[in-house]
Design a binder for this molecule. Sequence first.
Ligand code: GLA
Length: 383
Amino acid sequence: MTAADLAQRFKQIFGGEPRIYRAPGRVNLIGEHTDYNDGFVMPAAIGFSAWVAIAPRSDRKLMMRSEEFPGDFEFDLDRMPAKRVGAWCDYVLGVAVVLRERGYELAGANVLVHGEVPIGAGLSSSAAVEVASALAMLATISQPESMPKIARLCQQSENEFVGARVGIMDQFVSCMGKAGHAILLDCRSLEPKFVPIPANLRLVVCNTMVKHDLATGAYNTRRAECEEGVKYFAKHNPEIHALRDLSPELLDQHAQAVPATIWKRCCHVVRENQRTVDAARALAHNDLARVRELMRESHRSLRDLYEVSCRELDIMVEAAEDLPGFFGGRMTGGGFGGCTVNLVGQESASEFAARVIERYQEATRITPQVYICAAENGAEVLS
Ligand code: GLA
C-alpha cells in the first residue's frame, strides 16, 4: 500500500486531491488490564496501519467509505447521532462527534478508509482508524493537536460514542509509537519512556483466529471488579484512588477478608504493574532471561487470577515455549481470543512461525495466522 495508490482510488470515488494520514495497530509486550487502573503498560506500534484519505467539501456533509466494508455513509455535521450506529463508520463518526462536542468547528469532508490491521485480533484496528481519522479531521480545519491530546480524544470517542470502556493504551501507542522501541507508559501521568528493543529481536504475533463472545461483557465486568477493589481498600487507606495506589503489603494483609474474586483481580493488577516496570528495565539492559520470566508470569496471572485467557491462547503460548530463538511470550490485549506476542531472535523467526502454526493446528484444527513484526513509528501525515 502506498499513499499514491490510496489517493488514486480516492480520486476515482470522490474526485479531488486528498491528504493522507496513517496510524498503526499495536501489540502489548506486558502490562495487561492495567491501563484503566492508572498503571503501567508496555506496548509497541506494529507495521499494520489504518489509512485515511480526506478532502474538504463545500457543504456540511461527512461522507465515509471503507475499502474493506460495503456501504457509503453520509451524515450532516449539524445532525450527528449521539451514539454508535453499529457499523464500521462508528470509529470515524465517533471522533467527529467528540471533536464537535469539544468545540472544534469541523468542516464537511470526504473520507476514504483503508485498514490493514487484522480485525478482531486484538491488535487495535479500531484505535488505528480513530487516530488516523482524528489527525485527518484536525488537519483539515488547521487545528493540529499534540499526540497525547489526540490519543485522549480518541479514547473518549470509544468510551462515549462507541460505548466501550477501554483505557488509553491503544490510542496512545498508535499516536506515539517509535521504531525499534516499546513504550513504558505511566497511564496516570501519561508520561512515556521509550525502551529500546534489541535490534536482533522480532515481535512474532500469533493470531488464534478466535474471539469469544464474552470479550466485551467480561472486559466491563473486570473493570467493575477493579472498582470494587478500590472501594474496599480506600476504606483502609483514603489515598487509594485506583489499584495503582494499592501496595502489595496492604493487599496481602486483606487476602482473607476481601471477596475471593476481587482479591484475585487486585492481585493481578498490583503485581502486573510491578512486572511491567521490571520488564522495561530488563529489556533496556538486554536481560532477556528476566523478560521471559516476567512475560510467563504475566500470562499465568491473566489466566489464573484475572481469568481472561482461553484454551486457544494457552495452547498458542505453550506451542512457543521450547522453540529455538524464543525469548518470552504471552497473550496480548484484552483476552478471550486474539493474539499472543513472542520475542524471537530474528534469524529464528520464520522457523518459529512455521513450528507454532503446525503445533497450534494440530491441537485445535484451526489454522492460525502469524505476523513477524518489529516496533514501528506511530501516526503520521503521508501527503
Ligand atoms: C483492550 C483495551 C486497552 C486495554 C487492554 C487490556 O485492548 O482497549 O485499553 O485495557 O484491552 O490491557
